[in-house]
Design a protein around this ligand. Structure first.
Ligand code: BTN
Length: 327
């Protein structure tokens, strides 16, 4: 707590020095304790210049997520009420599922700086080096099972909205929940569920966002398909601010989801780049081609084939065909 107070004081004095005496007076600890907290901040990766007779100032902020920074000004009702932050996890989804089974509260968020076995949709891996965001939110909605897929669409709406709020990039959703910039993926979502008969015990909404990672931390075959917000915006992104905004948007859209799922679907439609385009969708051993017409009330993609027949698809990979309309 005192360490955080000292950090906040140093941050708010920007480039001006703050004396050990002043820091001690404002925080109510001894100058020796101030010095110990300064050393601890240095161990956390902060650059702190100490000038005899002038005091201390921050010269470098590490790109590290910190519990207190995330919580500062968050003001959410459900999502992020509890934050579990790890330097590393096999998969935040796996961890969150375990915590949910052990009774973790609704809205608890599990975050890791990197994942060693990140998981994607359709059994794929999610490459998870440092520099990005990896989080999983525990939810316990009292809803019929067929509404569960809309949670993932809700997550895509929240992530896309947060990116629009903070990064100056043309971001849109490709069905069902790929978040793209310039036709390349910046974020993906994976929802996992524990249920008994027709009752949902809990859901975990996992979100990966490619923020600041080096493009060469990806295998070469993925590089043309994947991008980062930093690369698209042309500047490093503040991960803490983005994470906070994602949590705020999730909190807001989860409330909307519980009140009226149609509102979530309407927003998804506004933010999507799939509907109205000619596409192929592959999954479950077949590939369909046609016009992406709409999403139905369960979030399935409605495709009109060339013979006029429509199909409702629940899962798959969409490719938007060349010459198609891109928003
Ligand atoms: C996709 O295939 O598009 C979904 C990717 C989901 C990745 C996130 S990262 C945080 C959470 N933990 C995981 O293991 N997966 C999800």
């Amino acid at each position: 707590m005192y360490k955080e107070k000292i950090l906040n004081l140093l941050r708010s004095s920007h480039t001006a020095f703050l004396s050990g005496e002043e820091l001690a007076r404002k925080t109510g600890v001894s100058r020796t304790m101030v010095w110990k907290h300064i050393k601890s901040l240095e161990r956390d990766g902060f650059g702190i210049e100490a000038m005899p007779s002038q005091g201390y100032r921050i010269t470098f902020e590490p790109d590290v997520l910190r519990q207190n920074d995330i919580k500062q000004g968050l003001k959410t009702k459900v999502v992020g009420k509890e934050i579990h932050l790890f330097p590393e996890a096999a998969s935040t989804n796996t961890l969150a599922m375990e915590m949910a089974t052990q009774g973790a509260a609704e809205g608890a968020v599990v975050i890791a700086e990197l994942q060693t076995s990140g998981r994607g949709r359709l059994g794929r891996k999610w490459i998870s080096p440092k520099g990005n965001l990896y989080l999983s939110v525990i939810l316990r909605p009292d809803i019929p099972m067929h509404k569960a897929p809309i949670i993932t669409l809700m997550g895509a709406v929240a992530v896309t909205s947060a990116i629009r709020d903070l990064c100056n990039v043309p971001v849109a959703i490709k069905w069902p929940n790929d978040v793209l910039v310039a036709s390349r993926k910046v974020s993906g979502l994976l929802t996992e569920m524990s249920a008994e008969q027709d009752r949902i015990r809990h859901l975990v909404l996992g979100i990966g966002v490619n923020v600041n990672m080096e493009q060469n931390s990806l295998p070469p075959d993925l590089r043309p398909l994947v991008t980062t917000l930093a690369a698209e915006a042309g500047t490093k992104i503040n991960r803490t601010e983005l994470l906070r905004q994602i949590l705020r948007q999730l909190d807001c859209w989860y409330k909307t989801f519980l009140n009226n799922t149609a509102d979530v679907l309407r927003e998804w439609e506004k933010l999507n780049m799939t509907i109205g385009n000619r596409i192929t969708v592959s999954g479950a051993g077949e590939t369909l081609e046609g016009l992406a017409q709409a999403i139905d009330e369960e979030g399935r993609l409605v495709i009109m084939r060339d013979d006029g027949a429509t199909r409702h698809v629940a899962a798959g990979d969409v490719t938007i065909l060349k010459g198609a309309r891109v928003m």
